[in-house]
Design a protein around this ligand. Structure first.
Ligand code: GLY
Ligand code: MN
Ligand code: MN
Length: 435
């Protein structure tokens, strides 16, 4: 079994080396694979590796542990399940100890069954223990029990301090390397194709289920899995931000909002489009759509090296507020509506988030209480929307319309690179594609 498809041993080694340099020689780092989760008796959920573990090792198996001891003769010790033909008959191939030695680029590889015997020796005489606090309760508890045992022994000095590994590791994950960008481009390309197929399918579909099926079909035939539960929201179901039931009849006069992305080698895409089921926008739909489209374009323009993380949200809010005033859905000045947050009646979420191994990826948005500054090879989503309620003060033609347009954007010195640019987005592009 491959650790992960397209595994790049060199890239993973660099990540572990950087982490070791950062924690220093009096530290030990221990990180465990995600456990299998049971859906119910004997039936597991599809296995998804812990993103941090995947990032450092590339191994897509449960019951494995990485221990880093910077400065030691053996710096990278890896534990995983040994080959076992009987078990592999039931659950599929394992990489095994010999396989891990060949491909993972570790210094030493052992059977996971020997972890408890070896771990105290690895932790001994290192003052700090780094692990993922709160991420893997059972492993965390186990580490601390071992540490307590060590303190009872005269031949070993267990780590006296425990440190959260997340800040260092997540800061590293925030800047994507070339191999990560490659996976993200592929995830975006497959997701873009899925969205294009769903647009075509809408013309003949009578229920949201059919569009949901089209998305899954496209992901699956490319060997990808959904990065999150897709949203296929016809008409006013789009006003429910996390609608995932995806089983209601499609009204040919309405819009349908699809928010869907797949995962490739663990890396997510996250794309939204909103389009008319019939392939033709009504005037009211057009008017609202243009507001969101303009907001998205201005927000993407604000995704620049050196800009504040907050700038693209502010750009979207300003454009949406201007548009809402022009359409008569808000009254007064742009500044007052922003200052008093009146736009939030129609736009209640943020304009984006980091994207990577997790769809809402790790990494701080603020440093020392200030919005952080954008750097090359950060990747984020830009996803403004408008969600118009049924209030008596809303002109009837606008009521119950929900629109979101979401793209995945890589930050480069040459400007924003839209990874999901293949999906039709302007009114003209969508109508032309659907025709
Ligand atoms: N699909 C989840 C999001 O857009 O954040
Ligand atoms: Mn989304
Ligand atoms: Mn998103």
């Amino acid at each position: 079994m491959d650790p992960t498809p397209n595994f790049d041993a060199e890239a993973h080694l660099k990540r572990r080396q950087r982490l070791m340099a950062e924690v220093g020689d009096d530290a030990v780092v221990a990180i465990a694979a995600a456990p299998v989760k049971l859906r119910n008796n004997d039936a597991p959920y599809p296995y998804r590796q812990d993103s941090d573990f995947l990032y450092l090792t590339g191994l897509n198996e449960p019951e494995a542990v990485l221990v880093l001891t910077p400065g030691a003769k053996v710096e990278q010790t890896f534990f995983l399940r040994a080959s076992d033909p009987d078990k592999e008959r039931w659950d599929g191939a394992r990489l095994g100890i010999e396989g891990a030695k060949e491909v993972l680029g570790m210094d030493a590889v052992f059977d996971i069954e020997t972890l408890d015997a070896k771990l105290p020796g690895l932790m001994s005489h290192r003052s700090k223990l780094y692990y993922l606090m709160g991420q893997h309760q059972q492993f965390e508890q186990h580490l601390n029990e071992l540490r307590a045992d060590m303190h009872q022994r005269s031949d070993m000095a267990g780590p006296t301090t425990v440190v959260s590994l997340q800040p260092l590791l997540h800061e590293q994950r925030l800047i994507k390397s070339a191999d990560e960008i490659k996976h993200m481009k592929r995830a975006a390309a497959i997701s873009s194709q899925a969205m294009q197929h769903a647009m075509t399918r809408a013309l003949s579909a009578s229920n949201e289920t059919e569009l949901h099926a089209t998305l899954l079909h496209t992901f699956t035939e490319h060997g990808a899995v959904p990065a999150y539960q897709p949203i296929v929201a016809g008409g006013e179901r789009a006003l429910v931000l996390h609608y995932v039931t995806n089983n209601q009849a499609l009204n040919p006069d309405a819009l349908v909002l699809i928010d869907a992305g797949c995962e490739v080698c663990g890396y997510a895409a996250d794309i939204s489009r909103t389009f008319p089921v019939s392939g033709r926008f009504t005037d009211a739909q057009k008017a609202l759509y243009e507001v969101v489209l303009t907001a998205q374009a201005r927000a993407i323009e604000a995704v620049q090296v050196g800009a504040s993380y907050h700038a693209f949200h502010e750009a979207a809010v300003a454009a949406l507020t201007e548009g809402l005033i022009e359409l008569g859905l808000l009254s007064g000045s742009v500044d007052d509506n922003i200052a008093q947050a009146h736009y939030r009646r129609f736009y209640m979420h943020k304009t984006g988030h980091w994207l990577g191994l997790d769809v809402h990826d790790v990494g701080d948005y603020r440093i020392d209480e200030q919005w952080r500054v954008l750097e090359p090879n950060m990747v984020l989503t830009v996803e403004p929307g408008l969600y118009i309620d049924h209030g008596d003060d809303i002109p009837p033609e606008f009521r119950g319309i929900g629109i979101r347009i979401e793209d995945d954007v890589r930050i480069t010195r040459q400007g924003p690179e839209v990874l999901s640019r293949e999906v039709p987005k302007t009114i003209e592009e969508i109508e032309r594609w659907m025709a």
